[in-house]
Ligand binder design. Structure first.
Ligand code: 1CP
Length: 349
């Protein structure tokens, strides 16, 4: 990474250094809401797009140019490791992901291989290298790497796909605590190698997506998830700033503050000011506009952006983002307007 990338506004905010304005990027900033993305997807299926470094890089860079955001996020998916673990992965039209051979027993966990993340998902590292080369020359826009958190990835591996209540996952966690722990260990080992490979390829920060962990009680989080996340973040060992993102997790924030992450991503179900107070000002915070607001109009978007910036109170260490991924029906113009508005409203003279 070049020195000018290190000085990028968003990396300063991750380190809680003062910045002249609040940096902004949007989760799922490359995706179906863009005409250009849909055109590429007419030609290649989603997994082929993820596995072709030139194409993955192209959609990553396109989102940065279209929205003028402060960071890129590499185009990939948290479910790619399913293939590495031999569980099978396909995406059905309209129905979301299908895990072909889901985990159903302790024996299934014991039988899981120990794949080599860096070589198995080398196509992600290649896409990162191409993207960094592309973005470095231009405006020194840093690239964020990512992976799914062990709980959220395990939920797909056990449910066999998306879920509402995570019944099988939570039942397995309670009924087979030892197998659960072994599964977490295997996922942590893989994910640590994967994230370190992304950092080595040029990612300036990494985000751990724990989208569904909010279905757990604080007690179960502490018992069955927290030590594994701590071990994952400890293994990354400061090689790059770590963002830990989750949703519907307001009640878990005291536990989340103990994970060792540098930046905590929160959704809109908690006010940003309260969340920051709870996790402590020794963390940076990322969030937290309701993505649904981007389906409305400019004055509504502006009002909500103002409120979030007011909650952050000009304190160093706020990175503006949505509280969850951008929705497919979002007008690109509204997303662009949000980025412009955050920049304008947060500018500190
Ligand atoms: O073209 C298509 O139809 C594919 C849609 C799509 C896209 C654009 C999927 C399938 N994944 C992605 C890209 C993606 N996924 C990115 C990179 C793009 C960017 O941010 O700009 C990232 C960071 C993810 C992460 C991801 N995948 C998460 C965590 C974040 C979140 O939204 O909670 C999760 C849960 C997934 C799983 C996933 N991938 C795709 C689908 C349909 C799903 C299932 C979601 C669900 O269970 O509801």
């Amino acid at each position: 990474m070049t020195a000018s990338v290190q000085e990028a506004t968003i990396l300063k905010a991750f380190r809680r250094e003062p910045t002249e304005r609040t940096p902004v990027w949007l989760m799922r900033q490359a995706g179906r809401y863009q005409k250009e993305y849909r055109e590429i997807r007419e030609k290649v299926d989603f997994l082929t797009l993820c596995k072709t470094p030139e194409l993955a890089s192209e959609v990553t860079v396109m989102a940065v140019r279209q929205l003028d955001v402060d960071a890129a996020i590499i185009f990939a998916d948290i479910l790619l490791p399913m293939e590495s673990f031999g569980l099978g992965l396909r995406f059905e039209k309209g129905d979301g992901p299908v895990i072909e051979r889901p985990i159903a027993s302790a024996a299934d966990v014991e039988r899981l291989p120990a794949p080599d993340a860096a070589s198995d998902l080398d196509y992600v590292s290649q896409a990162i290298k191409i993207t960094c080369r592309e973005l470095d020359g231009e405006k020194s826009v840093p690239l964020i790497g990512f992976a799914g958190a062990p709980f959220t990835v395990a939920s797909y591996a056990i449910e066999g796909g998306s879920s509402r209540s995570f019944e099988k996952t939570r039942t397995f966690m309670h009924a087979e605590p030892e197998a659960w722990s072994l599964l977490m260990n295997k996922l942590v080992a893989f994910t640590a190698d994967y994230l370190l490979a992304q950092i080595a390829a040029g990612a300036a920060a990494v985000q751990i997506f724990d989208s569904w962990v909010g279905c757990l009680s604080p007690l179960d989080f502490e018992l069955h998830v927290q030590p594994h996340l701590q071990s994952l973040i400890r293994t990354i060992g400061g090689a790059a700033p770590v963002i830990y993102f989750s949703t519907t997790s307001a009640g878990l924030l005291p536990c989340i503050s103990r994970l060792g992450a540098d930046v905590i991503g929160v959704d809109w179900r908690v006010s940003l000011g309260d969340a920051w107070q709870t996790i402590g000002f020794d963390h940076a915070i990322q969030g937290n506009l309701d993505p649904m607001v981007l389906l409305s109009d400019r004055s509504t978007i502006r009002r909500h952006a103002e409120d979030i910036l007011r909650q952050a109170d000009g304190r160093p260490g706020h990175v503006f983002n949505l509280g969850h991924g951008i929705l497919p029906g979002t007008p690109v113009d509204n997303a662009r307007y949000l980025v412009e508005t955050v920049r304008e409203l947060s500018f500190r003279r």
